[in-house]
Design a protein around this ligand. Sequence first.
Ligand code: HGY
Ligand code: MN
Ligand code: MN
Length: 413
Amino acid sequence: MNPENLRVNGKRLQQTLEDMAKIGATPAGGVQRLTLTDEDKAARDLFVQWLKELNLEITIDEMGNIFGKRAGKNNALTPVLSGSHIDSQPKGGRFDGTLGVMTVLEVLRTLDENDIRTERPLVIVDWTNEEGSRFAPAMVSSGVWAGALDRDWAYDRTDINGIRFEDELIRIGYKGAAPAKKWPLHTYYELHIEQGPMLEREHKIIGAPKGILCLHWYDVYLEGEANQVGPTPMEGRHDALCAAAEMILKVNALPERMGGNMVATVGEIQNYPNSRNIIPDKVHFTVDIRSWDDDLAINAWNLLRKDFESLAQARGCPIRIEETWRVEHSPFDKNLVQRVLDNADMLGYPSLYMISGAGHDASYMNQIAPAAMIFVPSIGGRSHVEVENTEWKDCEAGANVLLHSMLQSADEK
Ligand code: HGY
Ligand code: MN
Ligand code: MN
């Protein structure tokens, strides 16, 4: 068959996604598969079973990253790697990450049934803990693999209950023997839902991000003085939650103050003792700042940090700040991005050159090899919510663009 006429099997892709979505399914139609939980284990077990059915060479590394290698004609050549993640947000969506792994599975199944052998090997990957919700930071395992993050630092990360990352990896049986250390790559592709409104608004089916914003994560801890809310006069209180409230509004005002080209969010907060008739004395909250301009994001943080320190002082609430994680903005390989756009055109899908505000493992892959992403529309621009949804025909379209992009890269001498 003329390779140009090759297409994936959309129905099979839909079935695979529906089977995977049963694991950790939530009543409102989403999934909850927090990293390294029993649900994540069940999803991994199913994924490994599918890899075995394709007779792939399976490797699980010491961060729990799962690789499946399909031999090429010449296995001395560096491989084309593609994948994403199957862990989810709490009450997350069925497509975030999972689509990017299942479309690669569909590509490999399509090549098998058409008896096509590429020049270069192809490798599918499921990266552990892309979300960074249970264990911060995000993309931690692709970051360790790429050599950007330290494995033992990642191992010691704890969740809200003080449980260690490594202990959970061992508990679910996915702390592999292979070192989580990069090997040479020819190219990296990652297909993902857009998680925003642009493709739908512009009536496009394929997005080709020029790259991903920088992501900067911080953790803020405030100490107040607990007391009975009734007899304690307002004057002289050290209310940690009020201090946090003033700081949170400063985060929200930051992008405008910096002239735009930035988003800043407080997504997580814990308040102790969290009883309606005790003045709060301990608060932890997170700060997420993103921009294409890394320096702007750092300048913004330095301003914010000064504000936090003076607000903490004014309320007599000592503050402790952790600069938890930063990943630089990542401009993708221009030729690969153009390849995605050209393949969308060849296949007849309207496409959009854009930017990714969401973080992806591709940020780290882009530091070690030419990388590009393929976006498909999110209905209503919604993601990280149970109503997250993408049309099956768009999933199929994305998979076809991925198929041809991987084939072209895999046949480069
Ligand atoms: O934070 C992100 O954008 C991704 O979901 N980890
Ligand atoms: Mn994702
Ligand atoms: Mn996500």
